[in-house]
Structures are given as structure tokens and as C-alpha cells.
Write a protein that binds this ligand. Structure first.
Ligand code: ZN
Length: 353
């Protein structure tokens, strides 16, 4: 039995968390009042009837992310919440293009989110003996699979991500493809991913959630994906499983979110993560959308440990896999130094809890 204290103290990552799905509810309400946006009750629930029902909340969260102060606040608060749950490193993702209709540019949006991260890092690393700090966060820029947004939009998105990193020093580390997976193959965005790869911007793709295992192989072969968001349907195809294992493609597994958006998954016992452990598929746990899914990272670890009857060692392997697959914002030497510093903390927790 893995204890609560161990789960909360163990250094963890949250590599798959959407900024626009992870606002504090109180902040959303306050901002909605400020901006005079009507906010109905009962939008965010434990259970959803459909993916459409799940996605409804995003129109409200995106509506309040309309100026730089609000975006910075939301980003900062997400870092604070994660830090308090023992997250040492997180990669915050969102699609700047979905927020541009309020008049901000992608760059201004990325700058505001980065300011929230910098504020949190300064605060939390103040007493850190380590040069790179023990709490770090970075940004993944998402492009959308929406059919009405053509592949040229994903090229704009990746160029904005590279510009933010290279010309403005922002901690943008990777590129992602989110949105309606079924019927919108990742391969349509190959050009954008090629630009990312050529610029040494890391790559992840939401895949194998609303479509089959072939969508995962499409993401790896067409989009050079180094990690996969969800990958829940991986075990449908042994050949794809082999590719994922051989190339050490980490799956970002989000249990609560999967239960809410995948109609055939009613119980955690039906989720393949326990098989992932047995088959040594590289994966870690993440929250996806803290507000929309009503979860946090400790809840995800608790669920995994309890329903999968996982040992402490198995939980440590899942947490470490996140640090091993992070897209760190800095040189490889800094990443190595950071990884070592975190390992020291992990060892301390293992020895004391
Ligand atoms: Zn996601």
C-alpha cells in the first residue's frame, strides 16, 4: 500500500497539463465577474456525458484569458498548485491561436504565460542551493487538429513557438497537436512538425485517445513525435507497441481525463495502464485539465496506485520516467544537473517515507 505522504512528497512531473483547462475555479469566477461574462453553474463535473460536454467548459476558460494580467495570473497559480503537490517540473501547454481573438498576439500570450512561470520559479527557487533551481516549468505550444483550421495554422503556430524561444528567450520547449483526433490525421501537420524538428524544438502529439493505435504510429512517423499524449489505444496493435518501446516514446497518461472523454472506458480497471506497467511501456502520469477533470497530480498517482495495486517501486518508476523524458528549457548540461538534483530529493523521500 502506497501512502498519501509518499505520493505527495515524491518529486513528480506534470508533463501534460493544459493551461486553459487548469484554472482555479475561484479565479475563473472572479475574472468572469470582472469581464462581465455569464458563468453558468455545473459546467465542471466529476462525470461528463460526452466529449462535447467535456469541452464545453473551455469556451468559458478561454473567454477570461483575454488580457496579459489574467494569463499571467492563471499561469502563476497553476505553478503554485503544482508545486504544492510535489511537482518539481511541469510543461504547461496551450494553443495561443485559440486566445488571439481577444486582440493579443501569440507572442504576447506566450510572454504573459512565461511571466507567470518566472514569478513562480523566482519565488520557489529562492532558497535553492542548486544553480538551476529545484522547481522548473516550461511551455508546450499546441496547434489544433480542428478541421476548420488548416495545416497552415499549425505552421504559424510552430513558427511563433520558435520565435518566442529564439528571439525572446521564453521557455518554450515543444510543439503539440491537440483537438479532435478522429478524422483529422496528424500527418496533415507534417510540415509544421518538420519545422519543429529542424529547429530542435521537441515534439509530442495527442494520439490514440479518440482514434486507434494507427494514430500513434502516424504521430511517430509523420510528426517525429518523441512523446505521445494519452496513447490509451496503444495495445490494439503489437507492431505499434514495439515501435513505442523500441524508440522509448513516453506516453503521457491522464487517467481521470480518459475516464471522462472515452465513452467505452467506464472503470479504471478497463484502462490499459496496468498492462503498460507489466509490458514496460514507458509512461508517466499527468493531469491533462485540472479544473475540467477536477483532478490534481496526487489524485492521479493515488488512483493509479490504488486501482492498479502498484508498489512503491512501480510508482517511483512512473515518476522518474517523467523526469527522464522532460523537454528541459536549457542546455543538456543544465538538464543533467537538474535531473541529478531531483534524484537526490527522490532518494531522500524514498528513505524517509
Ligand atoms: Zn491533453
Amino acid at each position: 500500500m502506497v501512502g498519501e505522504k509518499f505520493i505527495s512528497k515524491l518529486p513528480k512531473t506534470d508533463l501534460h497539463v493544459h493551461l486553459d483547462g487548469s484554472l482555479r475555479e475561484i479565479t475563473l469566477q472572479e475574472l468572469a465577474v470582472n469581464f462581465e461574462i455569464e458563468m453558468p453553474q455545473g459546467v465542471f463535473k466529476e462525470r461528463y456525458n460526452s466529449l462535447e460536454d467535456y469541452l464545453k467548459g473551455f469556451s468559458f476558460t478561454c473567454a477570461v484569458m483575454r488580457d496579459e494580467q489574467s494569463i499571467q495570473r492563471i499561469s502563476y497559480e497553476l505553478c503554485v498548485d503544482a508545486f504544492n503537490e510535489g511537482v518539481y517540473y511541469q510543461e504547461i501547454r496551450f494553443a495561443p491561436q485559440l486566445l488571439e481573438h481577444h486582440g493579443l498576439t501569440s507572442l504576447q500570450i506566450l510572454q504573459a504565460a512565461s511571466a507567470g512561470i518566472a514569478q513562480a520559479e523566482t519565488e520557489f527557487n529562492e532558497k535553492s542551493a542548486n544553480e538551476v533551481g529545484l522547481y522548473r516549468a516550461s511551455i508546450i505550444v499546441c496547434a489544433m487538429r480542428f478541421p476548420e483550421i488548416f495545416s497552415s495554422k499549425s505552421i504559424d503556430a510552430v513558427n511563433a513557438a520558435i520565435d518566442a524561444r529564439d528571439n525572446h528567450g521564453l521557455p518554450v520547449v515543444a510543439f503539440d497537436l491537440a483537438g479532435a483526433e478522429f478524422g483529422n490525421p496528424a500527418g496533415a501537420h507534417q510540415q509544421a512538425y518538420k519545422i519543429a524538428r529542424d529547429a530542435q524544438l521537441a515534439r509530442t502529439v495527442h494520439a490514440g485517445e479518440a482514434d486507434g493505435a494507427h494514430s500513434i504510429s502516424d504521430a511517430i512517423t509523420s510528426c517525429y513525435a518523441q512523446r505521445i499524449g494519452h496513447g490509451t489505444n496503444l495495445l490494439e496493435d503489437d507492431a505499434v507497441l514495439e515501435i513505442v518501446k523500441q524508440q522509448n516514446v513516453l506516453l503521457e497518461v491522464c487517467l481521470t481525463s480518459n475516464l471522462q472523454t472515452m465513452p467505452h472506458l467506464k472503470y479504471l480497471a478497463e484502462h490499459p495502464y496496468r498492462r503498460f506497467v507489466e509490458l514496460e511501456v514507458p509512461f508517466t502520469l499527468a493531469t491533462d485539465n485540472r479544473l475540467v477533470s477536477r483532478t490534481d497530480i496526487c489524485a492521479e498517482y493515488r488512483l493509479a496506485a490504488t486501482h492498479g495495486d502498484l508498489s512503491k517501486e512501480q510508482i517511483i518508476t512512473i515518476a522518474n520516467a517523467g523526469f527522464d523524458a522532460m523537454f528541459f528549457p536549457g542546455s543538456s548540461e543544465q538538464a543533467r544537473c537538474y535531473r541529478q538534483a531531483v534524484q537526490v530529493e527522490t532518494d531522500k523521500v524514498v528513505a524517509s517515507c
